[in-house]
Design a protein around this ligand. Structure first.
Ligand code: NAD
Length: 374
């Protein structure tokens, strides 16, 4: 029911379908292109295939993106972009490459380093003039349709999101074929990241009727397709539905932001080496049980639409699914010990996202939630 006002803003043009990368020449506007990716997509020729499809004559590649990209990596890519007087940036990869492409495309038209704007930097980004195209190759983050970039400061060991109105990509090009090379463990963890986006958007204190409808669609599709995508990497239908679920989840949480699951994921990634998807999904069942208390009627509606007769039935199904796709549900799988919990709680409680979780969330509550899944 719509009982309060809400906003909806998503300015990115979305192009979805098998083979859509081959239509890039009709979408790019520029003479000098930089493709930002990780080494895998460069070494297997995908980055070059994308470059050819643009039909742009001058192309530079930066293919050193690491998972959970550092500010230092962003600055290296900015140097290449400025040297080549780039006017189109393509972020090709998972959230890591796409997030770097967002900051790089802005810094071409701004002076200085990422550190001048992010973290303790206090300069304000001026409008981006460079065209920004994001092409996801994982089905997880939805970064191609958000105005967020997440970066890790290697000096302070702090990972945190940065939002800018200039980070909305001009174009999100989603070609499910690009995800076929994902190994099962990355398909599983990134797919459950998209599940977290959807359910966090749904229970968020910032949720709205559009994000609610999108989130329900995402959760249904992930329940129906993730196991198949993990077990049959070339399954056209499952891969396509997971790409679809991921981008729709991105649109949903781009309106609401995420909540406690993502707040806790930051220290789990930085201090315990978990991939982003794993760091999120590992606390998902516990957060479902916690968030239910603060959102009973709304969550009951979700469960009934999806065919579950109780919160326990839903949470148990999520846990079984995670076991079936080989994802851990206990923090001990990341070598987290009880003596680590104070630190995880302290870092998580500093992330503003934690306060979008429904119900009463404080240090004691978060500590006991995490202790219950040690
Ligand atoms: P990722 O981008 O770090 O990629 C994970 C691994 O998968 C890498 O080793 C990469 O090379 C490999 N890979 C990517 N595509 C592949 C393919 N098609 N085949 C084979 N290997 C492939 O992982 P991710 O989960 O997509 O992104 C995580 C990052 O995104 C984190 O830093 C997270 O915080 C951030 N994130 C951003 C947003 C946003 O809105 N901007 C949202 C959620 C997460």
């Amino acid at each position: 029911m719509v009982n309060k006002g809400f906003n909806y803003f998503m300015p990115t043009k979305l192009v979805f379908g098998d083979g859509v990368i081959y239509g890039l020449d009709e979408l790019v506007h520029g003479k000098s292109l930089l493709i930002i990716s990780g080494p895998f997509l460069y070494n297997n020729g995908t980055a070059q295939k994308v470059a050819e499809a643009t039909k742009i004559g001058s192309v530079a590649f930066f293919h050193e993106i690491e998972p959970n990209p550092s500010c230092q990596t962003v600055d290296q890519a900015v140097m290449i972009a400025r040297e080549n007087k780039v006017d189109v940036v393509i972020g090709l990869g998972g959230g890591s490459a796409m997030d770097v492409s967002k900051m790089v495309s802005c810094l071409i038209d701004n002076e200085g380093s990422i550190f001048d704007y992010y973290s303790t930097g206090n300069r304000t980004l001026l409008p981006r003039k460079t065209q920004l195209i994001c092409i996801p190759t994982t089905s997880g983050t939805g970064s191609e349709v958000t105005n967020i970039g997440v970066y890790t400061n290697n000096e302070t060991h702090i990972k945190m999101p940065f939002a800018s109105e200039f980070f909305w990509p001009d174009i999100a090009l989603i070609d499910p074929h690009l995800t076929y090379t994902l190994p099962p463990h990355i398909t599983a963890s990134t797919g459950m990241d998209a599940f977290c986006h959807a359910i966090e958007a749904y229970w968020s204190v910032n949720s709205n009727p559009i994000s609610d409808a999108l989130s329900i669609e995402v959760i249904k599709n992930i329940f129906e397709n993730i196991e198949m995508a993990v077990k049959e990497p070339n399954n056209v239908e499952a891969r396509s539905k997971m790409s679809y679920a991921s981008v729709i989840a991105g649109i949903s949480f781009s309106q609401t932001k995420t909540t406690g699951i993502h707040a806790v994921s930051f220290p789990l990634t930085v201090d315990f080496g978990a991939s982003h998807g794993l760091a999120c999904s590992i606390t998902l069942p516990a957060f479902i049980r916690f968030a239910y208390a603060g959102r009973k009627a709304k969550m009951d509606y979700l469960f009934s639409v999806l065919g579950f007769d109780s919160m326990d039935a839903f949470a148990n199904r999520v846990e079984t699914l995670m076991v079936d796709i080989n994802l851990p549900t206990r923090l001990s799988a990341l070598n987290v010990k009880e003596s680590d919990l104070d630190h995880i709680v302290e870092v998580s409680m500093k992330a503003p996202l934690i306060h979008f979780t429904p119900g009463t969330m404080n240090e004691e509550v978060l500590y006991s939630l995490l202790k219950s899944i040690l």
